[in-house]
Design a protein around this ligand. Structure first.
Ligand SMILES: NC(=O)c1ccc[n+]([C@@H]2O[C@H](COP(=O)([O-])OP(=O)(O)OC[C@H]3O[C@@H](n4cnc5c(N)ncnc54)[C@H](OP(=O)(O)O)[C@@H]3O)[C@@H](O)[C@H]2O)c1
Length: 290
């Protein structure tokens, strides 16, 4: 069993850190809002620290799941950052969805201090984090990945190293690109069913068993039909991710016309007040348009 720190106890991080404690690791948590760290320590019996540096001190592994590029920099770097507390040979594993650029920057900064940095973004949503069934896509040095994988396994259904530093984040971009068009397609199908006077539940019962079936269809159709979106993966986060995908597409010369269009549709959802709604709220935008 390892000595592990977990930084960022949000929708995803809180249950992920819980799985580490349940697996028997010695876990210390840090959260910007201390009340959440106190609640976690009370529930799981681990320790909590006032700064990322303090949480990371003496740990074999430091995991993070914060918001965006700047948030990740702020928990890694500086006087109170995790890198300042980590010993040579320790491994930092980042689960935040960020750009490959900041990942490589932090990988190199960590390497200068003898620390390994593995990018390990996740897919599977809140339910995947709570059930310990996430897909984890990794980039970084092979030896560091091999050391971290048994720890990550506490909350993973599948964990794979795709390549060198940044490859995990590039894979997560593929995931978000694939989801964007898919959720819009599902929204259009359910909107069409409503307008045509069909029973949406009956429609999904049959088409989900055929070629149109998907995770989004199976897990989101009921709340989409019921017009409920106060759960799941926030539109604000999705726009952050699609921004990363579109910027990176320019760098690598990929063409993403549907992703760019769906990003604009999510902008409309934000204007409807849906920044924290689940990404399946694209159907609400269609309803709002009549
Ligand atoms: N939710 C999902 O379904 C899902 C799925 C896959 C990937 N992701 C990705 O996973 C990451 C976290 O998502 P989430 O849904 O768990 O978000 P969340 O519930 O908003 O939690 C974000 C966490 O990051 C912390 N944080 C934010 N900025 C910080 C900063 N500057 N310094 C220190 N801590 C900071 C927050 O602390 P406070 O408590 O103080 O605010 C909170 O603990 C995001 O990159 C998201 O895109 C999310």
């Amino acid at each position: 069993m390892a000595k592990v720190a977990f930084l960022g106890l949000g929708v995803m991080g809180y249950p992920m850190a819980g799985h580490l404690a349940k697996a028997g690791h010695e876990v210390t948590v840090y959260n910007r809002t201390t009340a959440k760290a106190e609640a976690w320590a009370k529930e799981h019996g681990g320790g909590h620290a006032a700064t990322p540096r303090e949480a990371a001190a003496g740990c074999d592994f430091v995991m993070s799941c914060v918001g965006n590029d700047d948030d990740l920099r702020s928990v890694c770097l500086g006087e109170d950052g995790a890198f300042a507390g980590m010993e040579k040979g320790a491994v930092f594993v980042d689960h935040t969805t960020v750009s490959a650029k900041v990942t490589r920057e932090l990988h190199d900064a960590a390497a200068a201090g003898g620390i390994a940095f593995v990018d390990a973004p996740i897919s599977g949503g809140q339910a995947g984090a709570e059930n310990g069934a996430l897909s984890v896509m990794c980039g970084g040095d092979e030896a560091a990945y091999d050391a971290a994988q048994p720890v990550i396994d506490a909350y993973a259904r599948i964990c794979r190293r795709i390549g060198e530093s940044g490859a995990g984040q590039m894979t997560k971009m593929c995931n978000q690109i694939a989801i964007a068009g898919l959720v819009q397609g599902l929204s259009e199908a359910l909107h069409f069913a409503e307008k045509a006077g069909l029973d949406g539940r009956a429609v999904v019962e049959v088409i989900s068993q055929g070629a149109a079936g998907s995770w989004q269809m199976s897990n989101r159709y009921e709340t989409m039909i019921d017009d409920k979106f106060e759960h799941g993966f926030a539109v604000d986060w999705m726009r952050k991710d699609l921004g990363i995908c579109l910027d990176t597409a320019d760098e690598v010369g990929a063409s993403l016309p549907v992703t760019a269009l769906v990003d604009q549709f999510y902008k409309d959802v934000q204007k409807l007040g849906g920044g924290r709604w689940d990404t399946s709220s694209l159907v609400k935008r269609l309803r709002a348009m009549g």
